[in-house]
Design a protein around this ligand. Structure first.
Ligand code: SAH
Ligand code: SF4
Length: 357
């Protein structure tokens, strides 16, 4: 057998790995893992004991150890710290909204893009996650929701890392979780957020799977975006927005632009007008994100009044816009605020910025 773990494999790859075993064994395993949310092979009682022991030896499962969980005061958001087989750590966040149950998953250990406002970016980059490590985060969230009589409805790739720098693993994880023989989560329930990797946007536009795309635009003029998203110097706004246009034309699907608002940096009337000017004829929706400023952040979040004024400027131009309702700020569980801060003395420090909501 190869180094693959159970959660790295598509249904066909698993069937192939099981070689001489009857075809129904792969179905039983997928039913156990994705349908009944088994935590290990011993939970899959439809399999003979000897086979369970053989699989545990040859095809590792589980692949990520949840070592710590922090819950918000209202118990509707929790952040899970996982330790991976090589000792690296990652986090994911599960959020209960009124109608949605969403898990925000990591795709890399750290992030090489290094946006100055992002705690993940500040933590550097170690490696890409495997397909199995991404799938494991989703299954963990699904199990905990299931134990509360609830079920997961959405998966957003907005945790640690840049999904399109780990493109194949991200898409394979979506295909596995979407597969009707297993977890069977609808394609529209997945959203991948990119800092603006143009080749990834073009590839994503050509995928058969109808998952959603979000682009972290933050600013529509290059001088401002260069400050916020360092890859803008290599992938500036003109080719980025051209790729977004190709995406909407090819898929006929709306793109979401994420704009995290920073006081005096990208939240002025001039910035709102520049944004309107560049995206008003695109099939899009803008999600304004109040900034959860980590301690030692170089920027402060915009005030609720400035966020509201920015929203109104877009609304007046008939651009669909919403303000993201932030969850779990008391446990530093804002998407993008994730990092492995176990034992990090700074985590209890207060930010020097005023609250943004
Ligand atoms: N790397 C991808 C996906 C992960 S970041 C990307 O940048 O799109 C997901 C989103 O969280 C991005 O829009 C990012 O700008 C935002 N974000 C990062 N840190 C944040 C913080 N402290 N508060 C609010 N949003 C943050
Ligand atoms: Fe990476 Fe996204 Fe954070 Fe930028 S905002 S450093 S791209 S995780």
């Amino acid at each position: 057998m190869s180094d693959a773990t159970l959660l790295d494999l598509s249904f066909d790859a698993l069937s192939h790995q099981l070689g001489g075993l009857p075809a129904y064994r792969a179905r039983q395993i997928w039913q156990g893992v994705f349908g009944d949310l088994a935590v290990d092979y011993n939970d899959i009682t439809t399999l003979p004991r000897a086979l369970r022991a053989r699989l545990a030896r040859d095809l590792p499962f589980p692949v990520a150890d949840p070592v710590r969980e922090e819950e918000s005061a209202d118990r509707r958001t929790w952040k899970t710290l996982f330790r991976l087989a090589d000792g690296e750590t990652i986090e994911s966040v599960t959020m209960k909204f009124s109608e949605r149950r969403t898990v925000c998953v990591s795709t890399q250990v750290g992030c090489p893009i290094g946006c100055p406002f992002c705690a993940t970016g500040a933590s550097g980059f170690a490696r890409n996650l495997t397909v199995g490590e991404i799938v494991a985060q989703v299954l963990h969230a699904a199990r905990r929701l299931d134990s509360e009589g609830d079920s997961l409805s959405h998966v957003v790739y907005m945790g640690m890392g840049e999904p399109f720098l780990n493109y194949d693993a991200v898409l394979d994880s979506i295909r596995i979780l979407n597969d009707a023989r297993g977890f069977s989560l609808g394609a529209r329930s997945f959203t991948v957020s990119t800092a603006g990797i143009i080749s990834g946007i073009d590839r994503f536009a050509g995928e058969k799977i109808q998952a959603n795309l979000a682009v972290s635009l933050h600013a529509a003029d290059d001088a401002t975006r260069d400050r916020l998203v360092p890859i803008n110097r290599r992938h500036p706004t003109a080719p980025l927005l051209a790729a977004c246009r190709r995406y909407t034309e090819r898929t006929r699907r709306r793109i979401t632009f994420e704009v995290t608002l920073f006081d005096g940096v990208n939240d002025t009337r001039r910035h709102a007008e520049a944004l309107v000017d560049r995206i008003s004829d695109l099939l899009c929706h803008v999600n304004l994100i109040p900034y959860n400023s980590p301690s030692n952040a170089p920027f402060c979040g915009s005030s609720p009044q400035r966020i509201r004024a920015f929203e109104q400027a877009l609304s007046r131009a008939r651009i669909p816009v919403t303000i993201r309702h932030s969850r779990g700020t008391d446990i530093r569980a804002g998407c993008g605020q994730l990092r492995s801060d176990a034992g990090d003395a700074r985590k209890d420090e207060e930010s020097a910025c005023p609250p943004t909501r």
